[in-house]
Design a protein around this ligand. Structure first.
Ligand SMILES: CC(C)(COP(=O)(O)OP(=O)(O)OC[C@H]1O[C@@H](n2cnc3c(N)ncnc32)[C@H](O)[C@@H]1OP(=O)(O)O)[C@@H](O)C(=O)NCCC(=O)NCCS
Length: 172
């Protein structure tokens, strides 16, 4: 049995970079198709690189901590698609499979939205959703995101191509 009752959503200090590495590598291992990155590539990173990723000015991270370890992560990167620093793009969003469907993902998403809204430079929060992921679409729409356009054939999985919706939450 798992419970979301004692989950804390928090930032990490740079000294906690190993916890960041562990949840990130765990997420890529558990969901290899969900992220535009591979376990092999990310596991090569040096401690300095992990610390830099965790503290980079254009990045924001929040984590779900169950008191023993991190079980969820969400990140944003400003200017991710070279469209300007006013756009923060959601990346690396993950909750461990044993902890899903208890509202932890929603808590992470809401917390990062509130954090980004405090930054006057950021006026748009965006993310991409493969158009076949109906549950994910509804999840983001429930949090206020709206579809703004489609990227054709953006996602390739086992030689099949899928369109992706760009979704946006206006953040001012
Ligand atoms: C997306 C994710 C973080 C949601 O975490 P969670 O803690 O289960 O979220 P919540 O409990 O707050 O909400 C769950 C709801 O969101 C839906 N949902 C949201 N994103 C989803 C996704 N990518 N795939 C499937 N369902 C998703 C679930 O179906 C569920 O709906 P329900 O409550 O009506 O049954 C988690 O499903 C996950 O880690 N998925 C794998 C990685 C991934 O796809 N990340 C997003 C792309 S970067």
């Amino acid at each position: 049995m798992t419970s979301s009752e004692n989950i804390v959503i928090r930032e990490l200090d740079f000294k906690e970079w190993e916890q960041f590495k562990n949840i990130r590598l765990y997420s890529i291992k558990e969901e290899p198709l969900a992220f535009g990155s591979t376990y092999d590539a990310e596991s090569q990173r040096t401690p300095e690189e992990w610390k830099n990723l965790l503290t980079a000015k254009e990045r924001n991270w929040l984590f779900a901590d169950n008191g023993n370890r991190l079980i969820g992560i969400i990140g944003t990167i400003q200017n991710f698609r070279n469209e300007g620093n006013h756009i923060a793009y959601i990346v690396a969003f993950f909750v461990g499979s044993a902890y899903r469907k208890q509202g932890i993902g929603k808590q992470l998403l809401e917390a990062i939205i509130q954090k980004l809204k405090k930054n006057p430079e950021i006026t748009s929060i965006r993310l991409g959703v493969t158009i076949t992921q109906k549950d994910a679409l509804k999840f983001y729409e429930d949090s206020g995101f709206k579809k703004i356009y489609i990227r054709k054939n953006e996602v390739k999985v086992f030689d099949r191509y899928y369109d992706e919706y760009e979704m946006e939450l206006v953040a001012y």
